[in-house]
Design a protein around this ligand. Structure first.
Ligand SMILES: [Zn+2]
Length: 287
């Protein structure tokens, strides 16, 4: 047996409703529970279908029986007698709340689901009450069921259509991806130093971007010397008594400078092999 969605009292009451009406009230209870949970309350369907005799007994309350009046409807005069209405109850710490401001606050949630809420009734506001909107007076319902049977009543119950899935956060209008410029993705470059004894790989971080080789400048000065001077985010390379402004940018969280700019200070010969991966820059300082 499938696990019931709700606690026993609600499930038992739901089962007394027209099968076509049940999904409407399941949706109601779901919505109300979501609200109630935030307030630390529990909500149950405490009454649903009533036989005419049960309805008569309720009608007697406050009239021929003690207690306050609870209904203006006699047997056959309530939507509860047509299996299309429920009363909800709010509970706090397991205790039933006869009065709570939240009964009125919940009403619009039921109305949003297309149900009629008793809290709108002028002569006898009934805030815990919800019913299917049949658009018919109770006397018409009574006559309909009497002459044509329950199937005729079902015709008046709207088909249940589940609320649309919550709309996901609006996704930005898909803008066509920018045409990837071939230099957009920095590509690593391996740097070699060749002093005429065979090229030796250096541990310098370097990338190929914007058709240029960019070298992590601090790696560079650590290796080749020189002093890097930073002023207001601008770098200069102080080397051989010469200060040269070096434009920089950030790649992979490293401050990098164009190899060409650095090399302009040194005038070293170099060769670049862009076909290998990683791309390969070889410096020939002594050539
Ligand atoms: Zn009711």
């Amino acid at each position: 047996m499938p696990t019931p969605e709700f606690e026993e009292r609600s499930e038992t009451n739901l089962a007394t409703l027209r099968p076509k009406a049940q999904p409407h009230f399941r949706a109601l209870l779901r919505a109300l529970k979501t609200y109630a949970l935030e307030k630390g309350l529990e909500v149950k369907i405490i009454s649903a279908n009533r036989t005419w005799a049960e309805q008569d007994a309720l009608f007697a309350k406050g009239r021929t029986k003690p207690g306050p009046k609870v209904t203006n409807a006699r047997g056959g005069q309530s939507n509860h007698n047509y299996q299309i209405a429920v009363d909800i109850g709010l509970f706090k710490d397991g205790k039933y709340l006869e009065e709570s401001v939240h009964y009125s606050k919940l009403g619009p949630l039921g109305e949003a689901l297309g149900l009629e809420w008793g809290g709108r009734w002028k002569d006898f506001p009934d805030t815990p009450h919800y019913q299917i909107k049949t658009g018919k007076r109770i006397s018409v319902l009574r006559e309909l069921v009497r002459t044509e049977g329950w199937d005729a009543l079902d015709e008046l119950i709207p088909d249940f259509s589940p609320a649309p899935e919550p709309t996901p956060a609006p996704t930005p209008t898909p803008t066509p991806a920018p045409v990837p410029s071939p230099v957009l993705e920095p590509d690593t470059v391996a740097i070699f130093l060749d002093r005429g004894e065979g090229a030796k790989k250096l541990s310098l971080d370097a990338w190929f971007s914007e058709s240029r080789v960019w070298v992590a400048i601090r790696d560079w000065t650590d290796f080749f010397g020189g002093t890097l001077v930073e002023k207001n985010g601008k770098f200069s390379l102080l080397l051989s008594g010469q200060s040269t402004p070096i434009p920089t940018k950030i790649i992979a969280e490293r401050t990098v400078a164009k190899f060409a700019d650095i090399n302009a200070v040194l005038s070293w010969d170099f060769s670049f092999d862009g076909a290998t991966r990683p791309r390969k820059l070889t410096i020939h300082p002594d050539r």
